[in-house]
Design a protein around this ligand. Sequence first.
Ligand code: ADP
Ligand code: MG
Length: 292
Amino acid sequence: MKDIIMKAEILIEALPYIRNFYGKTFVIKYGGAAQVKDELKETFAKDIVMLNFIGIKTTIVHGGGPKISAVMEKMGKKPKFIQGQRVTDEETMDIVEMVLGGLVNKEIVSLINSHGGKAVGLSGKDGGLIKAKKKLIKKPAETGVDEIIDIGLVGEVTHIDPHIITNLEKDGFIPVISPVGVGPKGETLNINADYVAASIASALKAEKLILLTDVPGIMDKKDKIISTLTKKQIKKSIEDGTITGGMLPKVQACIKAIEGGVRKTHIIDGRVPHCLLLEIFTKEGIGTEIQA
Ligand code: ADP
Ligand code: MG
């Protein structure tokens, strides 16, 4: 009997959060380690379905870098990166679109649906969701004038039309979005999923943007997790080399989202089962919160 009452107490602890978040929109970037292990895929899908049944509207944006590289290698193409961005020629773009929009997207959709959710897969092309332009990468040169490097069909978001998402949400569907955008000439562009998630969260004026990754959060120089970080502290941490590599687009995405009207942004450990529930329904939360 005692055990069962304990269970009720645990459930009721979530009440203030459920009351607060009912009817609100969360944008979740799914990627990193949580996208690899079967057990974690299952717990992720269950968490999403649970959030939806208690009245939280979720939109998922996914990555899929490791899978793209694996398929490229099978096809005899060597993946190449410059400043953490995939060099994307036309053939690579075809592979990116096939792998993200086909394999990865549909796997997430089926997982969610197998637990009773109503997920719908989209790419940035559907309903004119993501307009983009080619991203130019700058490299400091000896002349003092930055050199521009062409990394191919890599894009940055110029405009989000969230209609397709809001319409799907109205009917209880869960949009699952692959980060592919359309350029001014109709060309297909490959975009970092962290940035796409931030732009969509801003367009939806989301309550939360949550980025799942393969580390406990943002770590300091002593490898200790930092629980909150402000814009000013981030600038310093980038300058002193604490934040590098794949964490750069994440912190930039969080700042952009906050400036775009998103209330809270979190970077959390996708390797922890039920990390979403832990972040959303406990006082402590997990991972790092980025603040204005
Ligand atoms: P994802 O697939 O989740 O986008 P990324 O590899 O792109 O994963 O980004 C996460 C990586 O960022 C971590 O695995 C880590 O190697 C790197 N990183 C760089 N600086 C930090 C930091 N200060 N704290 C945590 N991770 C960091
Ligand atoms: Mg990344």
